[in-house]
Design a protein around this ligand. Structure first.
Ligand code: NIG
Ligand code: FE
Length: 388
């Protein structure tokens, strides 16, 4: 993860939406023809577009009110117990029209692109009914089709127990397994299935049933695991050979060993730790030392992480989790691409891959996490076109 394969005084030849050659300036200059259009990065860093492998792209409204409550000392979990949290966004998202949600999603897409992110994973999960989950997945599909941001869809119908199923978790699990998953599969609206695995929401047994059903239908698997307690989420991910286990703030050494043995990629979300005002960052160093291909992502959502900027996440990874800037860049590009089965197309600048790249301000990649809080991509390109 520390070897970035930097080419000094480098250049790329792009044809259409694809990278055709990568090398030193003189290698590439030898390939120029009279009609080649030249983009001069003027000695700046050129890096792959970020791949953000965990976002909740589609939601209505925001929770600035809960942000203020947390600032006065009430915790994220206390707000959830009082009927706020995810369920307050569910109420607003259910009430929103599909075209309103699409307009908001397009605005969010522009935030990602401006920060240098050209590919995201996008989860449903603020509908929690058959119709509302399908509505959100169609909005993700539309955002993918109608903006330059590539969106990989994930079905997260098991994000929370909706109010009308309060006290009847098994009945909601049945609805997810018997109705939602088959419909999402039939309409090909998601590549992955995710579950929020926590003791009082979907415990290990319920999460396991949903994910096994999803696997039988051909979905890849991702899990919100061990966010608030070490409750078997990571171990479940290992036993199912899931693509990823996400969050992992409370994951213990035995669970890390299980993830390594099963080749499950950890997706770490320091923006959500920061935003809920916790100090419990996931043990990134132990995971890297165990040989795990760690991924960094924003967890962009209206509650625990209103952050769409990957440079901010890289900065938090370096200062709070002691990852090196090189490790953070690897985790947010090629490792993230692997976790989405997209490593042959995005995540690095290599011949044959999509021309998704960012010209960053500065001449040293370490400046990306170092200068926190200013938008420093000078130009962002997706599939060969300038998009920000
Ligand atoms: O990844 N933990 C569950 N889901 C989100 C939070 C969603 C919300 O607060 O709206 C997360 O942190
Ligand atoms: Fe999340």
């Amino acid at each position: 993860m520390r070897e970035l394969a930097i080419i000094r005084d480098g250049a790329m030849l792009i044809r259409g939406e694809t990278i055709e050659a990568v090398g030193t300036r003189s290698d590439i200059e030898a390939l120029l023809t009279s009609d080649t259009h030249i983009i001069d990065a003027e000695g700046r860093i050129v890096a792959p577009g970020f791949v953000d492998a965990h976002t909740h792209l589609v939601f209505a409204g925001n929770r600035a009110d809960e942000f203020e409550m947390r600032c006065s000392g009430i915790t994220y979990q206390e707000i959830s117990k009082q009927g706020g949290g995810i369920l307050s966004t569910v109420r607003r998202t259910r009430a929103a029209t599909e075209s309103d949600l699409l307009a908001t999603a397009r605005k969010h897409a522009s935030w990602f692109l401006r920060g240098g992110t050209t590919t995201i994973e996008a989860k449903s999960g603020y509908g929690l009914s058959v119709d509302a989950e399908m509505k959100i997945l169609r909005v993700i599909q539309q955002t993918d089709a109608n903006t330059p941001l590539r969106c990989v869809p994930t079905f997260l119908g098991a994000h929370e127990i909706p109010a009308e199923f309060h006290g009847r978790t098994p009945a909601y699990v049945e609805l997810v397994i018997e109705e939602m998953l088959p419909l999402v599969a039939a309409q090909k609206l998601a590549s992955f299935c995710d579950v929020f695995c926590e003791p009082h929401i979907f415990d290990q047994a319920a999460a396991g049933r949903i994910l096994e059903a999803a696997r039988r239908l051909g979905f890849g698997l991702r899990i919100h695991a061990d966010q608030f307690s070490c409750s078997g989420g990571a171990k479940l991910a290992a036993s199912l050979h899931a693509a990823t286990a996400d969050h992992l703030e409370h994951t213990d050494a035995a669970s890390i060993a299980a993830l390594a043995a099963a080749n499950v990629q950890p997706v770490l979300l320091p923006g959500s730790v920061y935003s809920i005002g916790s100090k419990q960052y996931p043990p990134a160093r132990a995971m890297i030392d165990a040989g795990l291909a760690v991924v960094l992502a924003t967890d962009f959502n209206p509650g625990s992480s209103p952050i769409a900027s990957m440079p901010v996440v890289l900065s938090l990874a370096c200062t709070q989790m002691k990852m090196t800037p090189a490790e953070a860049l690897t985790a947010s590009t090629i490792n993230a691409a692997w976790s989405l089965n997209l490593a042959s197309q995005v995540g690095s600048l290599e011949p044959g891959k999509l021309a998704n790249f960012v010209i960053h301000e500065g001449s040293d990649y370490r400046e990306i996490p170092y200068f926190l809080g200013t938008q420093r991509p000078v130009a962002v390109f997706a599939q060969g076109e300038r998009v920000a």
